[in-house]
Write a protein that binds this ligand. Structure first.
Ligand SMILES: C[S@@+](CC[C@H](N)C(=O)[O-])C[C@H]1O[C@@H](n2cnc3c(N)ncnc32)[C@H](O)[C@@H]1O
Length: 364
């Protein structure tokens, strides 16, 4: 198109003040991005314009996002609360549940439509519901497989899906697809999956439950310390890893309300070794192009910060073939604040969780 024609086209869509009128341009079915008409003639063969979303590059191996969407999806902080939704009351019996729409957001960043997503610690199915939301609120349905050892959580997932779909029917919305939640120990169930059959592993690991001996030792040290005021603070209140609960509309602390069938007493070293061993086996099922994405909250215990996310990242990097690509921070601005440590010592009010992102194989 000669230059003068291009200028003429832009002038056609000026508003009364002489500015570019994007709305009018869109009404004429012209692609508009960042306040300008996109010149689709200038796109390379591997690019095409997706209406309302921007330019998609067919070489994209990571997700279905356009360049504009990718820019936001690579932000290292997700600063968003997720108000109670998707039968939250039912799901909150779990105490460690993740908001399905946050899971959908992460699934959209690290997989493409039709991909397979695995959650080996599925709980009441935040990841599975997220994969189903991708059909209606993302770029397309993902097939999800979950493993869960507690059949109570499987029953709840099924009940949630049934009730949510009844509500959706009433609102005239299409149903959420049912995903596969398998009952059993993930260490055994993982053997049923073929190598490289999973594109994204998204999970929320069972928390480390401090060994009783270690805890007693720490409590004694706390009592003997000058900052004895901490004795009055419930240990559980100082635990992190509960940003999901408040964000998902639950103000209880997840560590306290986590089911007791999750390794009740363990040293941190034992917990890290167990996680490394399990992830080493999970990783065989993930394709070399895939990602492993792990929610993990840090904790504050006995006057010290337990940097569990860093510890877990190091353990997985050293004991498995995973390479850490990012630590995303999920910051929930709506989370309630409590007064910890005042006025003697700084104790963080945890309003974030870490989302560790690993690559299975090194990028070329
Ligand atoms: C932090 S919760 C996951 C919550 C989940 N993201 C959700 O939205 O409900 C971890 C889950 O892993 C399960 N779990 C722990 N060890 C397991 C194992 N060896 N095999 C299968 N599930 C296990 C626990 O029962 C718990 O429900």
């Amino acid at each position: 198109m000669p230059d003068e024609d291009r200028h003429r086209q832009s002038r056609l869509f000026t508003d009364d003040d002489g500015g570019f009128d994007a709305e009018r341009a869109r009404e004429q079915s012209l692609p508009v991005e960042d306040g300008e008409v996109v010149d689709t003639d200038e796109l390379a063969d591997h690019q095409h314009y997706v209406e309302g979303r921007g330019i998609y590059d067919e070489r994209n191996r990571v997700n279905d996002l356009t360049g504009k969407e990718w820019k936001f999806a690579t932000k290292s902080v997700i600063a968003q609360g997720y108000p109670p939704a998707v039968q939250h009351e039912l799901r909150s019996e779990h105490g460690g549940q993740k908001p399905p729409r946050l899971c959908a957001e992460l699934i959209g960043r690290f997989s493409t439509a039709g991909d397979t997503v695995l959650d080996p610690f599925a709980g009441v199915g935040g990841t599975l519901l997220g994969a189903s939301f991708c059909e209606h609120e993302g770029t397309g349905l993902r097939e999800a497989i979950g493993f869960e050892q507690n059949d109570r959580w499987i029953d709840i997932y099924e009940e949630v899906l049934e009730r949510e779909n009844a509500d959706r029917r009433e609102r005239g919305e299409p149903p959420l697809a049912a995903q596969e939640l398998r009952h059993g120990d993930c260490a055994e169930l993982i053997d049923d999956l073929e190598a490289d059959s999973v594109d994204l592993l998204l999970t929320d690991v069972p928390y480390w439950h401090m060994d009783e001996l270690e805890q007693t030792r720490n409590e004694r040290a706390t009592r003997e310390s000058k900052l004895g005021s901490f004795d009055t603070v419930d240990d559980t209140d100082l635990a992190g890893g509960d940003a999901d609960d408040a964000a998902d509309g639950d103000v209880t602390d997840s560590v306290a309300s986590e089911p007791t069938d999750e390794a009740p007493t363990q040293t941190k070293a034992e917990w890290l070794a167990e996680m490394a061993d399990k992830f080493d086996r999970f990783t065989d099922a993930v394709s070399p192009d895939g990602h492993v994405v792990v929610f993990i909250g840090d904790m504050y215990r006995d006057q010290s910060y337990e940097f569990l996310s860093a510890d877990l990242a190091r353990a997985l990097e050293s004991e498995t073939s995973l390479t850490l690509a990012a630590n995303l921070i999920w910051y929930d601005p709506s989370k309630d604040l409590h007064v910890y440590g005042y006025p003697f010592s700084f104790v963080p009010s945890m309003v974030h969780q870490n989302v560790l992102v690993f690559r299975v194989a090194d990028a070329e």
